[in-house]
Write a protein that binds this ligand. Structure first.
Ligand SMILES: Nc1ncnc2c1ncn2[C@@H]1O[C@H](COP(=O)(O)OP(=O)(O)OP(=O)(O)O)[C@@H](O)[C@H]1O
Length: 302
């Protein structure tokens, strides 16, 4: 069942249309990744769903609500650049945010304690936020977004600015959050989306160009892939097989190449025999299934 239904959603800033007729649903209890390059319209879309921006056209309807109802209580939002009062401690900040979102003093205190534990800031709860690392601030930002137990948690690029440790901490936290709520999380890092989310929405220049689950993508683009790494420029060697009808496409990046096919067995044999015949200086030969990055490249190039 859909928690949120977005229909023909549009946003223009003066004459510039940046979100162009989006239609999608956010299923209850799913973790959905909103993927797109810089400027694709991810933040604008999230701000419209959260009620911070008025759509130019279209509708956003929450389950059981009428269009136009105030649905802010259902939503927890972590903006791309959250602002904190650096002089507050994490505990003070969460209790303050809890009261702002309508909790009583006692409940705000109890809820803050539970969330400090959940996001792994229990030991740092009495330290000033100004001294926190980027990862700690993002985890605190997530805690403030869920203090009122929202049904939909929206996180705008929560890991993009973090180092690998901070990133891992926040991704693990996302994994836990999705057990209790629907999560919409924007990113341009495809591996993160693939790791944490069940569903993907691909935004490109304000248009939803593809959506679905990884399984659906694999079925739709029913392709296998062979990854090759050469110890020198791959292009020189692949000319000999590039016109073969069993090969759907070849992507080359320096020493690396990915060969896509719907006829894996035939292409496997072709590559191996060609490699032996021409003495390809291969350092890697691997058969894999397509990744989200492969899907993204395909839909963007369509
Ligand atoms: N208030 C505004 N006024 C005018 N143009 C805007 C405004 N907000 C966003 N835009 C433009 O809308 C487009 C989409 O921006 P948006 O921030 O939604 O993209 P994004 O996918 O979140 O990108 P990023 O990953 O860089 O945050 C961009 O071209 C941006 O410059």
């Amino acid at each position: 069942m859909a928690l949120v239904r977005v229909e023909n959603l549009e946003k223009s800033f003066k004459d510039l249309k940046v979100v162009k007729g989006l239609d999608f649903e956010l299923e209850t209890g799913r973790c959905v990744a909103l993927i797109g390059a810089n400027g694709a319209g991810k933040t604008t879309t999230m701000k419209m769903i959260s009620g911070l921006l008025e759509p130019t056209k279209g509708s956003i309807v929450f389950e059981g609500a009428k269009q136009g109802d105030d649905h802010r209580r259902l939503i927890g939002y972590l903006p791309q650049h959250p602002v904190f009062h650096d002089w507050m401690t994490a505990k003070e900040f969460l209790e303050y945010v809890g009261k702002l979102s309508g909790l009583g003093t006692k409940e705000a205190r109890e809820r803050a304690a539970v969330l400090l534990e959940l996001v792994g800031l229990e030991d740092a709860k009495n330290r000033r936020i100004g001294k926190f690392s980027g990862g700690m601030k993002q985890r605190l930002g997530i805690a403030q977004a869920i203090i009122h137990r929202p049904k939909l948690i929206m996180l705008d690029e929560p890991v993009s600015a973090l180092d690998p440790f901070g990133r891992r901490e926040v991704l693990e936290l996302l994994d836990r959050l999705k057990q209790d709520a629907t999560v919409l999380f924007s990113t341009h890092i495809l591996n993160d989306a693939e790791e944490v989310c069940e569903s993907i929405l691909f935004l490109h220049n304000g248009v939803l160009i593809e959506s679905g689950t990884m399984e659906e993508f694999r079925e739709k683009y029913h392709q296998s892939k062979i990854d090759l790494v050469f110890n020198q420029d791959a292009k020189v060697y692949l000319n000999s097989i590039s016109g073969n009808e069993k090969i759907t496409s070849i992507q080359i990046e320096g020493n690396k190449a990915s060969i896509f096919t719907e006829e894996l067995e035939g292409v496997k044999d072709l590559i191996l025999s060609q490699a032996v015949k021409d003495g390809w200086p291969l350092t890697k030969y691997e058969i894999g299934s397509i990744s989200l990055e492969d899907v993204f490249m395909k839909v963007v190039q369509k």
